[in-house]
Each structure stands twice: as structure tokens, then as C-alpha cells.
Ligand binder design. Structure first.
Ligand SMILES: [Zn+2]
Length: 186
């Protein structure tokens, strides 16, 4: 699963928080499709509603899909802005961390190879508490709080190259995990 949250704070446009993250998840899957890549497992994009005041979308997804939770191999969230990607923060077992760390090295060319231990995100939190491994896209956070929840969070702040790299990071991690011969261990 790849996703971001579609709602935003009620000022600005929510371009960084979290329109950019939502589009990055969407574009990652569009990219797989455009390249004719068909992984062994389904890649699902979820654009979460109501992250900002109560996580109702995340909680409703968990409750609606409760019977399928065991089939969720990994939940990846982008909710730190679509700045220069650095890698991912991973929340899951040591055995899984070793595997996603190795996959991360594929992103060395764009400087996004580092998978750190510990991570996740608000919207995937309810799934992670049910045992689903989770991952948050890590980006250069220097400017995030210049824009976060302010009138300045507008689409002109998105850098197309940084955005494209975020998409690439989400696509590579999402595709390779979905296509592993054996599912990522819990
Ligand atoms: Zn957010």
C-alpha cells in the first residue's frame, strides 16, 4: 500500500501537507503501469481522508478492511512534504528491516538509499498497530515547517525534480516489495 492524506489544514492549499504526498503515491503506481511492470502482489493506493483532525479515514480503512489486514505486506506513507528524498524510516521486524534496507540501496543514485529503523506515519498507524510493517518516506525536512499548516503551503512550493524523486523512491520501494518472491516477514 502506498498513500498520503488528501485533506489539509484549513489555510493554504495543503500542497506539501499532504497533496504532494498523495500525488507521489498515485504517480508511483502510474509509473509502474506506464513501464509495464506487474508485481506479484497488488499495489493499492489509499488517499486518506481526515488525517488532520482525527484520523477518521485511517480508522475507517482499518475497520472496513479488517478481514484483509493479514494480507497487507507493507504500508508506505508520504506525509513529510515532497522535498529531496533521503530514504525511508521503517517500522517492523529486524528480518524485514534487513530486506528493505537492501532494497533501499537501489535508490543510491538519487540520494535516497538510507532506510532507518523506526518510522511509519499517522495514517498507517492503525494498520501498524495491527502488525502491518510500515514505512514513511524521509525527505530533507529543512523547509517543511516554513509551510506546514500555513497560508504558504501552496503548489508553487513544489519543486518538480524533488517531487519526481519522491515518486521514484515510492515506486522502487513499492514495486520491489510487492514483487519479492516471498512476502516481507513480519
Ligand atoms: Zn500531514
Amino acid at each position: 500500500m502506498l498513500g498520503g492524506h488528501i485533506d489539509s489544514w484549513d489555510v493554504g492549499q495543503g500542497a506539501m501537507d499532504d497533496g504532494g504526498g498523495s500525488v507521489a503515491a498515485w504517480e508511483a503506481v502510474r509509473l509502474m503501469h506506464a513501464l509495464g511492470l506487474r508485481p506479484r502482489r497488488t499495489v493499492r493506493v489509499v488517499l486518506w481522508t481526515n488525517e488532520e483532525n482525527g484520523l477518521r479515514g485511517a480508522l475507517t480503512y482499518r475497520d472496513t478492511h479488517r478481514d484483509e489486514i493479514d494480507n497487507h505486506v507493507l504500508a508506505i506513507e508520504s506525509d513529510a512534504g515532497v522535498f529531496k528524498p533521503l530514504g525511508f524510516g521503517f517500522g517492523g521486524s529486524d528480518a524485514a528491516y534487513e530486506i528493505v534496507g537492501e532494497i533501499g540501496t537501489l535508490l543510491d543514485r538519487i540520494g535516497a538509499a538510507t532506510v532507518t529503523q523506526g518510522g511509519g506515519g499517522a495514517d498507517i498507524g492503525p494498520l501498524m498497530r495491527e502488525g502491518v510493517p510500515g514505512m514513511g518516506l524521509r525527505v530533507d525536512g529543512e523547509k517543511y515547517f516554513w509551510y506546514h499548516h500555513t497560508e504558504a503551503d501552496t503548489i508553487d512550493k513544489l519543486d518538480p525534480l524533488e517531487m519526481a524523486r519522491c515518486v521514484a523512491a515510492m515506486a522502487v520501494m513499492g514495486y520491489v516489495v510487492a514483487d519479492l518472491p516471498e512476502r516481507l516477514p513480519r
